[in-house]
Design a protein around this ligand. Structure first.
Ligand code: KIV
Length: 277
């Protein structure tokens, strides 16, 4: 490819071809400016339903609506040039059955420009994943800890330990067989994540899983240090933007109270500028 050739976003087939190659770099984004920052570095940008907790102060992802996903998805799309955009199907928008899932997935893709949807669930979602992929909707699956099932899982616990191991393994095989082009493994033991990665023909994307996964994803506000309400063990902080923002806002407040801001260079004189002939 020439130095000037425009890079285009990867398609699901390109993501599958990355299996076992250089790990896929994935982050969430919810706004245009953050999408612009992630785009040069990421293979996949996910408009996660974590937006509800991260940007809207919700206690879980359960209150996130289709309208919120459409609005944030369209904003993210405007900030992307080369990364693939995947968008989460919010709680209640797909679980009734394949037809409901198709209607809402098609709306998300049509109104946001996303290239694929992500939905949570394993064996119980296989039929829906098969229905969507057979009708031109690429699906990223999400198994292990599935935050939309928080009330039945009984908390944000590691999934797949002990007797639960076989269930998570079965989920992984079910979504791959159904046609998902990749699968997020959230909060599963590293050895299980490695086994799933070795057995599945599609890329695994880990979050609290294993460095052996075919890719990694983090919530962008977690890794930037912008979301500080709580910090999951797997959410490594690569920046402290929350602290930087706090210091900047404190400095602004102090200068306003001391009448040090605005300074002369921030205000306007009343001389009418000369116009060029
Ligand atoms: O909603 C989200 O941000 C996610 C990722 C953490 C995988 O599902």
């Amino acid at each position: 490819m020439s130095a000037t050739a425009k890079k285009t976003a990867p398609l699901p087939a390109d993501i599958i071809a990355r299996k076992g190659e250089t790990p896929l770099v994935c982050l969430t984004a919810y706004t245009t400016p953050i999408a612009r920052l992630t785009d040069p570095y990421c293979d996949i940008v996910l408009v996660g339903d974590s937006v509800g907790m991260v940007l809207h102060g919700m206690e879980s992802t359960l209150g996130v609506t289709m309208e919120m996903m459409v609005m944030h998805g369209a904003a993210v799309r405007r900030g992307l040039a080369k990364a693939m955009m995947v968008i989460d199907m919010p709680f209640g928008s797909y679980e009734e059955g394949p037809q409901q899932a198709f209607r809402n997935a098609a709306r998300l893709m049509r109104e946001t420009g996303a290239a694929a949807v992500k939905l949570e669930g394993g064996v119980e979602m296989a039929e829906t994943i098969r229905f969507l992929t057979a009708r031109s909707i690429p699906v990223m699956a999400h198994i292990g800890l599935t935050p939309q099932a928080i009330n039945t899982l009984g908390g944000y616990k590691v999934q797949g330990r002990g007797q639960d191991r076989a269930r998570v393994l079965e989920d992984a095989h079910a979504v791959a067989r159904a046609g998902a082009f990749s699968v997020v493994l959230e909060k599963v033991p590293a050895a299980l994540a490695d086994e799933i990665t070795a057995e599945l023909p599609i890329p695994t994307i880990g979050i609290g899983a294993s460095a052996g996964c075919d890719g990694q994803i983090l919530v962008v506000d977690d890794m930037l240090g912008l979301f500080t309400a709580f910090k999951p063990k797997f959410a490594k902080r690569y920046g402290t933007l929350g602290q930087a923002a706090d210091a900047a806002i404190a400095a602004y407040a102090e200068e306003v109270r001391a009448r040090a801001f605005p300074a002369p260079e921030h205000v306007f004189g009343d001389a009418v500028p000369e116009t060029k002939a």
